[in-house]
Design a protein around this ligand. Structure first.
Ligand SMILES: *Cc1c(COP(=O)(O)O)cnc(C)c1O
Length: 243
């Protein structure tokens, strides 16, 4: 599991991946959702290039990293292989790193301010790449230590309206994190349900050019709950790498 230690054997990754995929399918079936509507983002922030290449071999195409400098180092080491992958920035974006973020990633899950959106738009246009897919991070549970937009305010609507006029960005959905919990059923489900309701509310107001369709929610502790509540992107790290 340590990036410095021996690489995780392919067999373990395969076993874990099969388990996670089976659980995704079970959760989807419980609520009669088509499983191809749900994408697994492998969060590789705790592992190295060897594990990323193994996951690629096992058919994973979506990879998530929290920190720009780690992503940059890994993507550089992957060389041409990185072009076969879709990279997701899932951690907080500092506006002064927008130039790198706009070049390294295909999707940013953590847009939470007008300043960040403007910086990403500018850099994406400068890089002459297709529009960057953007999800807006919402602090649904109102936790003091978390980043994200406040769900009950006009903040999100305003930001979406402004982003609709930025040709370098394409707003696709919302992202949230539930509080860490030993037993996430009681704590995660209301957060995920809240995010889904927020998305419906935004779509009913027609603030975006196209309706928002993506809900990035759920990690190892609670991705099955997230899928039951409508997640289209689940961000799983530990569950893929643990013994
Ligand atoms: C680390 C991280 C994850 C994955 O967490 P696991 O518990 O390892 O599955 C998901 N989302 C974000 C934003 C993260 O930082």
């Amino acid at each position: 599991m340590d990036e410095m230690g021996a690489p995780i054997p392919l067999e373990r990754l395969q076993r874990n991946l099969e388990k996670v995929r089976a659980r995704i399918a079970e959760a989807a079936a419980r609520v009669c959702r088509p499983v191809d509507n749900i994408r697994l983002v492998a969060v590789t922030k705790t592992v190295g290039v060897a594990e990323i290449l193994s996951l690629l071999k096992l058919g994973v195409r979506d990879f998530g990293e929290s920190r720009i400098q780690d992503a940059e180092r890994k993507i550089r080491a992957l060389g041409l292989k990185a072009g076969e992958m879709h990279w997701h920035l899932i951690g907080h974006l500092q506006t002064n790193k927008a130039d790198k973020a706009a070049r390294l990633f295909g999707t940013v899950h953590s847009v939470d301010s007008l300043r960040a959106a403007q910086a990403l738009n500018k850099e994406r246009l400068k890089a002459a790449l297709p529009p960057l897919l953007c999800l807006f991070e919402v602090n649904v549970a109102g936790e003091a230590q978390k980043f994200g937009l406040r769900p009950g305010s006009s903040e999100i609507g305003e930001l979406l309206k402004q982003c609709a006029a930025m040709p370098g960005l394409r707003a696709t959905g919302l992202m949230a994190m539930a509080p860490y919990a030993e037993h996430p059923e009681a704590t995660s489900r209301p957060v995920f349900r809240g995010l889904r309701e927020l998305l419906s509310g935004i779509n009913a107001q027609h603030l975006t050019a196209e309706p928002l369709t993506e809900l990035s929610m759920g990690m190892t502790q609670d991705y099955q709950i997230a899928i039951e509540e409508g997640a289209t992107l689940v961000r799983v790290g530990t569950g893929l790498f643990e013994e």
